[in-house]
Structures are given as structure tokens and as C-alpha cells.
Design a protein around this ligand. Structure first.
Ligand code: NI
Length: 183
């Protein structure tokens, strides 16, 4: 089932998401709906708050961004109850976008390396290190479950430039190739 994506301005996007109770019914279905929604919108990541649920779940598929012979460097997984334990390395800038904020892109500086702890659907716990584009997409999605959006990192001048566009999105005056929810 393809779910509507909550657009910039929706309060759920600004809330710190709650831990997931894996024994609650429907979690597995919900995650499969999230995958479907993400691919339908051509995203490389999607977090539960973006489909209106304040839960600590996000998906990442960076395999899509890699060339055929490089796919093994990509990741494709659901992160449940994730906590970023550490960030290190160097700060690097890259132009990001977000399914909740259509048609706006901007440079965001993030650490090159992260360590993250999370569980899978069966409750198995993992602790892993990531770098480069994998780390970046994880950091972006992780921010969603912490109630933070990439536009908050933009430099003041750029933020000024996108302010009007953001206000338009808030009012529902935006088009996307997927269904957005404004109210
Ligand atoms: Ni996003």
C-alpha cells in the first residue's frame, strides 16, 4: 500500500519519534508499506514520521545510487530503534533533498563516519559503522526520527532563499509525482 507522504509543515516531522514495540501488531506490514511508498516516490530513504507515524523506524536503500559493479557498497535495510552512537572523520558537504520537501535541495555538511546501533524486525541487535553516502543517508533519515529536517542545516543565505518555497509547501502549493499530505 502506498502511503501519502507528510509534507514540510506537518507537526509529526518536528517530533522526536518514540521507540517501537516490536510485539505490536502490524509493524511488519507497516514497514512493507513504507518500502513500497519509498520506491514509488523514487527515494533512497524514508522515515516513519514522513508517513505520519512518530516511530523510530527508517529505511535506507543506497544500492540504487551505486553503479552495477559497485552495488555491494550500498545498503538496503530497515533500521528500527536506531541510536547513532558516534560520528567522526571529516565534515563534507553534499546536496541533499527530502521527499517531504519537494523541489528544494541544498548543501548539508555532515560527518563522514558514523557508528549506529539498531534492531531488525525480529529484535536482533546490531552495531555497525558506515561511511560516505551510506552514512549520509542514515544521518538524514536518523534526523527525521529526531524531529529534524535538512533545511535546518542550510547556511543563512540559502535558508533565506528557500524560505518562500518552504512557506508555499506548508500551504500545500506544491506538486510532486507522489501523494503529499499537508493537513
Ligand atoms: Ni528526508
Amino acid at each position: 500500500m502506498i502511503l501519502p507522504i507528510y509534507a514540510y509543515g506537518q507537526p509529526v516531522l518536528k517530533r522526536k519519534a518514540a521507540p517501537v514495540d516490536l510485539s505490536a501488531p502490524g509493524i511488519e506490514d507497516f514497514i512493507s508499506h513504507m518500502w513500497e511508498t519509498m520506491y514509488h516516490a523514487a527515494g533512497v530513504g524514508l522515515a516513519a514520521p514522513q508517513v505520519g507515524k512518530s516511530m523510530r523506524i527508517f529505511l535506507v536503500d543506497t544500492e540504487q545510487t551505486m553503479k552495477e559493479d559497485d552495488k555491494k557498497h550500498g545498503i538496503k535495510k530497515a533500521f528500527i530503534n536506531a541510536e547513532i552512537i558516534e560520528e567522526w572523520g571529516e565534515l563534507w558537504s553534499y546536496e541533499e533533498g527530502c521527499l517531504s520537501i519537494p523541489h528544494i535541495r541544498g548543501d548539508v555538511e555532515r560527518w563522514s563516519h558514523i557508528a549506529i546501533r539498531y534492531t531488525d524486525l525480529d529484535g536482533n541487535e546490531y552495531e555497525e559503522d558506515y561511511e560516505g553516502i551510506n552514512a549520509r543517508v542514515i544521518q538524514h533519515e536518523y534526523d527525521h526520527i529526531e524531529g529534524k529536517l535538512f533545511t535546518e542545516y542550510l547556511k543563512p543565505l540559502k535558508r533565506q532563499l528557500v524560505k518562500r518555497k518552504l512557506d508555499q509547501i506548508k500551504k500545500g502549493k506544491v506538486e510532486a509525482d507522489y501523494r503529499l499530505r499537508y493537513v
